[in-house]
Design a protein around this ligand. Structure first.
Ligand SMILES: [Cu+2]
Length: 557
């Protein structure tokens, strides 16, 4: 199993040329990839806090139903029709693309991290992304992927994603200083063998059903046809036999594994097994933020023998490789996605083979790091929220009597009329003042898991279905449990949302990170207004009173 190539900033700058390409495979699946100027595929971008990223993105996507040469020919002809300004284009088609820098607190502006209006077409000249990694960005694993509403799933499922590392995790946590580090990008893709019969080693499961999204439905058994195949650093691990990829490690070596779930819809529940026995994994960071970001050194490592990772999330953990003579296995255990959810069964991802002459991973963390300065803002968990909002995930069948009819996906602010996300709407669902901290209760009224994500900021999980949890760390993506029809109240998460950073000012989105749900409308619009535009004290409490303020910083200026 290869590792993605590293592109590192030098003298405070990382200049990258990426071309996004796609191609139809023999079986009909369409694969997507970022190719860098040096030929590397979907490289890992590595920058230090404060560094400048200058990324030129060239769109060479075709509709991929025809041979590549012919497709290019077509697009060279259509060039003159597609020269709208990419900053205001808002064109959302199969061959449009853009980039979202998932987890980074950079402004939602064109050339930075706007996904509402920014759209690059085939034939456009290379589009420049240009921003600084904020000096206070926590060191850890972030990622980049396209975010064209309606077409996010097809591009990400096809493979359009890559890791971005804000360097210095060893400065935040001495426990990882000097460790070899390994970047593991887990993607999902359409089944390579959709008609295969189950492996003989699997128990027989009920006949495969199709869920509302058109994928293999949750069998509730841990076995059966998965909704999607997985790949690890682009090496597929296909159903039905899951022949694992292979990595070698020096016997009992400690490494930092930096895992990105870049799946479009697949939940992971990772474990490392030696002779079937789950091993202790030392989590040091979640969603790009070290666990001791709250200033508590005792919080530096959280030991677990399995780790749930929803689509879009990241987890970074210390793993000790198997001793000589013992092969290990990275697996994902089954995830119960609910009766309306996809089938995410147990499966192998890669085998770990101990070997004294195993090559070291591509990168090793500094053994003598300078400690990171303490955060300047008070810990989010110690801030009292200025208000509480409630939102809910829901789904509606077009024909309530027919469970196979089309489904509409909603993410609604309580009190507003449920409506799928409207890309033409300029009216935000939520208006917030920069500087505020709010609590959001996100309810799930549907029978499948949803995966709440908001751009531009991190939040803290402070409640789980009404029970305080006060996780002492931050996330940017969180699983919201499904409704099984048996509880008096809908399941929910309570999140402490952090709008204190001035980089959050502007208009951006929150959505379900199961991308077929996002594409289907499970997304909302939020505007964070600069602290100084407070009109009246009353506008704090009411969205409608402030909704007529002129838009700003929405990426269209
Ligand atoms: Cu969802």
């Amino acid at each position: 199993m290869p590792e993605p190539e590293d592109l590192r900033s030098q003298n405070g700058i990382l200049k990258v040329d990426l071309t996004v390409r796609n191609q139809a495979e023999a079986g009909g699946a369409i694969r997507y990839c970022y190719v860098a100027g040096d030929g590397s595929q979907s490289p890992t971008l590595r920058l230090k806090p404060g560094d400048l990223l200058i990324l030129h993105l060239k769109n060479e996507l075709s509709d991929a139903k025809q041979p590549a040469a012919e497709a290019n020919h077509v697009h060279s002809h259509s060039k003159s029709e597609t020269n709208a300004d990419p900053c205001t284009s808002a064109s959302m088609t199969l061959t449009s693309t853009n980039l979202h820098f998932h987890g980074l607190t950079v402004p939602p502006l064109c050339h930075q991290d706007d996904v509402l209006k920014t759209s690059i077409q085939p034939g456009d000249s290379p589009f420049e992304y240009r921003f600084r990694i904020p000096a206070n960005e926590p060191p850890g694993l972030y990622w980049y992927h396209p975010h064209i509403h309606g077409f996010s799933k097809v591009q990400v499922l096809g493979g359009a994603s890559g890791a971005l590392i804000v360097e210095g995790i060893e400065r935040a946590n001495r426990e990882v200083a000097g460790l070899p580090e390994r970047v593991l990008v887990i993607r999902d893709q359409d089944l390579i063998n959709p008609k295969a019969t189950p492996s003989k080693s699997e128990p027989v499961v009920p006949k495969m059903l199709i869920d509302r999204d058109g994928d293999s439905a949750n069998t509730g058994t841990g076995f059966g046809t998965p909704a999607k195949d997985l790949s690890i650093n682009y090496v597929p691990v296909p159903y039905p036999d899951y022949p694992p990829a292979v990595i070698k490690m020096k016997p009992s070596e400690r490494q930092l594994w930096r895992v990105l779930n870049a799946s479009a819809i697949t939940y992971l529940n990772l474990a490392v097994l030696f002779k079937r026995a789950p091993q202790q994994l030392g989590i040091v960071a979640i969603d790009g933020v070290p666990l001791n970001h709250n200033g508590n050194p005792e919080n530096a490592i959280e030991w677990r023998d399995h780790i749930g990772v929803p689509p879009g999330a990241r987890v970074e953990f210390i793993v000790t490789g198997p001793p000589s003579g013992v092969n290990g296995l990275l697996v994902t255990r089954t995830v119960d996605t609910g009766s309306g959810g996809e089938n995410d069964p147990n499966r192998a991802i890669f085998a770990i083979v101990p070997s004294v002459d195993a090559p070291e991973p591509r990168s090793t963390l500094s053994a003598t790091p300078e400690p990171l300065p303490a955060p300047t803002l008070p810990w989010l968990g110690n801030v009292t929220p200025v208000r509480v909002r409630k939102l809910y995930f829901s789904e509606k069948l077009e024909d309530p009597k027919n469970p196979l009819s089309a489904t509409t996906f909603y993410l609604t602010v309580d009190g507003q009329t449920p409506a799928p996300f409207d890309p033409n709407s300029t009216e935000p669902n939520i208006i917030v003042k920069q500087g505020d901290v709010e609590d959001w209760i996100i309810e799930n009224r549907s029978s499948e898991l949803h995966d709440f994500h908001i751009h531009q900021l991190h939040f803290m999980l402070v409640g789980w279905s009404g029970v305080p949890v006060n996780e002492p760390f931050l996330r940017d993506t969180v699983n919201v449990p499904f409704y099984d029809g048996r509880t008096l109240q809908y399941p929910s998460v309570r999140l402490r949302m952090d709008f204190r950073d001035p980089h959050t000012v502007g208009t951006f989105v929150y959505h379900c990170h199961l991308l077929e749900h996002e594409d289907g409308g499970m997304m909302g619009l939020i505007r964070v207004e600069p602290a100084e535009t407070r009109k009246t004290p009353a506008s704090n409490a009411s969205q409608s009173s402030s909704s007529n303020l002129p838009g700003h910083a929405a990426g269209n200026n």
